[in-house]
Design a protein around this ligand. Structure first.
Ligand SMILES: [Zn+2]
Length: 357
């Protein structure tokens, strides 16, 4: 066996990720990481063995400052002392900060490993934390820190593909003026869900104009609509921007079974989504870091398995939800028309910045 074929894909994981936990009755609990690892190990041993599990170090404060103001970081530490709230849904419990820093460390390490080794997996995507705010279960923005680290190390073009069901407002704000980072978010129509941002017209400003791209999907949008959005917007942009790395992130909340969102992806369509990105990255020889962490309800881990199935391009027999998704033809047609409108408007606002549209 050559070195190439025996090389294992790095997966950055630490058992202390478990400290990233918002308490009983909160939809985000810290046991999901360990549960995922053990699902993978018991149900898909050969996939598990094809991964090289590496333990990250917590990100030092200086790294956090690449994406957040010092005042914000100090505020987070103060809040932890009194179990305070960053926002109505995001309480800082004792241990949260250490775990958050570990997740940031993992994402930075995954991004660097992707550059070195072509592909890396990790647990990340805390995209609702902005320069001086945190919310939506996100304390520090691991994705933004990792992108900043790569830029500081000399990279000039980083592409972020945010497939989480919620729009990545924090990441968007951090890079809104920065043309070195092409931020593309495909998410549930923000008129219908938190964070209420990420409309077509939000395209970046100053030098960064045209480098923020928001694709709001109609509620219940499934694989066919996602496929169109990727083919008509995301992949042509990828070609034109020619990134030196792609960081795709987002967990299982675009699944139709998710309890906090209203999108319509089926299990194999989530696989197709990450698979299409990974295939393109491989063909172009563009490094890919693939990160997941979100998802709510009974199919979170199955969704994560669906994600790595696509990213790694491996066979895995996944559990299908019992309740099937059904949409009447009329409804399908209506969704399709709404997407047509969105994509047309998006091409129109991006056209001054991208010849491809
Ligand atoms: Zn989400």
């Amino acid at each position: 066996m050559t070195d190439e074929s025996s090389r294992r894909t790095p997966l950055f994981y630490h058992e202390d990720f478990a400290g990233y936990d918002f308490g009983a009755n909160h939809p985000f609990r810290g046991d999901r990481f360990k549960r995922f690892i053990s699902e993978l190990e018991t149900r898909f041993p050969s996939v598990f063995q094809s991964l090289d599990i590496r333990h990250p170090e917590p990100a030092p404060i200086e790294l956090l400052e690449k994406a957040h103001t010092r005042a914000y970081i100090e505020r987070v530490y103060l809040l932890e002392k009194r179990r305070g709230f960053l926002s109505v849904d995001t309480q800082i419990l004792p241990g949260s900060i250490d775990a958050a820093r570990l997740i940031v460390g993992g994402t930075v390490a995954a991004a660097k490993a992707a550059i070195e080794e072509g592909i890396a997996l990790g647990f990340g995507g805390l995209h609702h934390a902005g320069p001086d705010y945190g919310e939506g279960f996100c304390i520090f923005n691991d994705i933004a820190v990792a992108a900043k680290v790569l830029l500081d190390e000399g990279l000039e073009r980083v592409m972020l593909i945010d497939t989480d069901a919620h729009q990545g407002n924090g990441t968007m704000d951090i890079f809104y003026n920065d043309p070195r980072v092409l931020f593309v978010s495909i998410h549930q129509d923000p008129a219908t869900i938190y964070p209420g941002r990420g409309f077509v017209g939000e395209i970046g400003s100053g030098d960064g104009a045209g480098f923020t791209v928001n694709i709001p999907m109609p509620m219940l949008a499934g694989g066919r609509l996602y496929h169109r959005a990727m083919e008509e917007i995301v992949f042509p942009l990828l070609d034109a921007f020619n990134p030196q790395i792609i960081i795709r992130y987002g967990g299982s909340d675009p699944l139709y079974t998710d309890t906090l969102t209203n999108l319509g992806l089926e299990m194999d369509q989530l696989t197709e989504l990450t698979g299409s990105i990974a295939t393109l990255a491989r063909e172009r020889r563009t490094p890919l870091a693939d990160l997941f962490l979100s998802g709510y309800g009974p199919y979170v881990l199955e969704g994560w398995l669906a994600i790595i199935k696509g990213t790694l391009g491996v066979e895995m027999e996944l559990r299908e939800p019992e309740e099937k998704r059904y949409l009447a033809d009329e409804k399908m047609k209506e969704l399709e028309e709404r997407l047509d409108e969105t994509l047309e408007r998006l091409k129109y606002v991006l056209e001054p910045y991208w010849k491809i549209f």
